[in-house]
Design a protein around this ligand. Sequence first.
Ligand SMILES: [Zn+2]
Ligand SMILES: [Zn+2]
Length: 454
Amino acid sequence: MIHFTNLSRSLEIGSNCYLLDMEGSRVILDSGMHPKKEGSEACPEHALIGAADPDAIFITHAHLDHIGTLPLLQDRYPAAEVLMTEGTAAIGDAMLHNSVNVMTAKRTQDGIVEYPLFTHGELQRAVRNWVPRPYNSPFRTGRGGQLLATLYDAGHILGSCGVMLEAPSGTTVFYTGDVQFDNQTLIEGADFPERGVDVLIMECTHGATERAADYTRAKEMRRFADTIREVLEGGGAVLIPVFALGKSQCLLCELGRFKKRGLIPDVPIYFGGLSSKITAIYDKLADSTPRLMPGYRLAEQVETHGLPKQGREPLVASPGNIYLVSSGMMSEHTVSHKLAEQIITHPRDAILLVGYSDPESPAGIIRAAAPGEPVQLSAKGGQKYPLNCRVERFDFSGHATRRALVDYARRLAPRKVLLVHGDAEALEEMRRAVSAALPQSEVIVPEPGRSMAL
Ligand SMILES: [Zn+2]
Ligand SMILES: [Zn+2]
């Protein structure tokens, strides 16, 4: 028998974590931390795994909603084998150390006494037990090596993978993790299995979003370049809030290309913090991980200016500069948030939104605000700023479109499809769309905390 339990606390993109019992072998898929919640509320329901150690833990990629609570899980179940790609191990290490710093700062700033959930030392010990595995090379895991596992390139960020598991009976389960089938600047689209999947566990981030029929990434990139040029030529500063991992590296590469092709003026690009650390890992693995431009190293190709150390001299937004800085949602205490407070009131400046932003985050609030409207950038009240700067949105998603996801499910035609990693609307729309595409298959949105037989 195969049993599946969704260990996330609710039906949303949060603390992704799933338990699979495959004919006696117990496997955990991902162990994320909710990006918006705090403390134990941000953690998956690890207690539902039970007292006995699972046999293996798979981490699909190094975004915190997939790896953020891994050290806690390892602490609870030290005997479990921890498996991921080389890229995820390298980036995950950096992401989690940064997370310790963020949690420690929140303990002081916001008084969250349970933070940090783990220390740098505990993380170091946990990392030693990670086992890196290459793509497309089946290996044995599970109880007594009874499961056959293969990692497939998911095309989402460096190191991202989908996990294929084959039980002793021959039944197969494939978990996509986060997936992008189209090429992104540095990362080649997913290289996923096209047959032989009985149960598909699929992400649904864009389940409720429809892209314009004439969208192309190249056209969108050109609009991005044109907007940057207009703002700079008009004497403004450009703020591009980005996630440190994935989008930062792609867009830094694009900005370098824009300059080389003369699409934008040769102005300083400010870039730093966690984004720089992750970029160094992208560069270090330039020859050993699959990518569109093998050997291409960002540090050699694109000149950047660093950011002042946190707490030292303040960063002042100056006209004629590009600020490609995190956080992507302009969360409080981050560089992008501090710059937004300066830029928002200046009609000549611009904020270019290039990724997902939660509606309640500062980026989400700016996205929804009308020109001139007073905007509050802090959840805890504080000053209101008139939205005078230019705001533009761009679609450079690292996730597959709804159409691509449904097409993939249709080609695979699995017996069952489990839909995860989406908000309630996205999951429901996907349930409808996949059911219509695959009338013979059972399509399920697994409720948190409830074990189901597959
Ligand atoms: Zn991700
Ligand atoms: Zn995710």
